[in-house]
Write a protein that binds this ligand. Structure first.
Ligand code: 28G
Length: 202
């Protein structure tokens, strides 16, 4: 069962990397920015659930983008049968996000939420940090594959989730994010979701 599961994870990754357009619409500028919206949507969902109030988006000088929220943090508990953390499962297992599942209300005119695992699959690297239960949890991935175990260290004085990723130049026509595209959409999201603080730093 363990190897069957791992094969399915790798098949999911391969499907996303072979036909990225099916998941994010395309590999041009819109598709590239879709990666950010996918992550920000997760933070907004956590805020709409009443557990987060602030979302920071940061454009780093290495071409990566990070999103930080002050929610509960993605769950990190270890699943008994698989030995994998909920965090790793959320970041590596492709979820259908199909037309008929419970997330279908999320987008009226665009693509349905496909989940962080799609962003992970299309990133050269991705790092996640979770502050939860007084601890800091971290894990790293390359092109969607975990390259470290989840590490745990003591001393978190907050809760929340941070995801930092660098889009994969093998996938996208350009991997340069646009401050104008990001700021325009984040302003719209701030308008649509009053009470949530959104910030963008270049
Ligand atoms: C910073 C970048 C993107 C997120 C959360 C918090 C929870 C969560 C996210 O749970 C799994 C499935 C349904 C409950 C939920 C934490 C409940 C309790 C969460 C994010 C578990 C997902 N504690 N914050 N996911 N659910 N922020 N930001 O991704 O049953 S994703």
């Amino acid at each position: 069962e363990y190897s069957a599961r791992n094969i399915r994870v790798l098949e999911g990754l391969e499907a996303v990397r072979k036909r990225p357009g099916m998941y994010i619409g395309g590999t041009g500028l819109a598709g590239l920015h879709h990666l950010v919206w996918e992550i920000v949507d997760n933070s907004i969902d956590e805020a709409l659930a009443g557990h987060a109030s602030t979302i920071h988006v940061n454009m780093h000088d290495d071409g990566s983008v990070s999103v930080l929220d002050d929610g509960r943090g993605i769950p990190t508990d270890i699943h008994e049968q698989t030995g994998k953390s909920a965090l790793e499962v959320i970041l590596t297992v492709l979820h259908s996000g199909g037309k008929f599942d419970k997330n279908s209300y999320k987008y009226s005119g665009g693509l349905h939420g496909v989940g962080i695992s799609v962003v992970n699959a299309l990133s050269e690297w991705l790092e996640v940090t979770v502050w939860r239960d007084g601890s800091v949890f971290q894990q790293s991935f390359k092109r969607g594959v975990a390259v470290s175990e989840m590490t745990v260290s003591e001393g978190a004085d907050r809760t929340g989730t941070k995801i930092r990723f660098k889009p994969d130049a093998e996938i996208f026509e350009s991997i340069e994010f646009s401050f104008d595209i990001l700021s325009k959409r984040l302003r719209e999201l701030a308008f649509l979701n009053k009470g949530i603080k959104l910030s963008l730093t270049d």
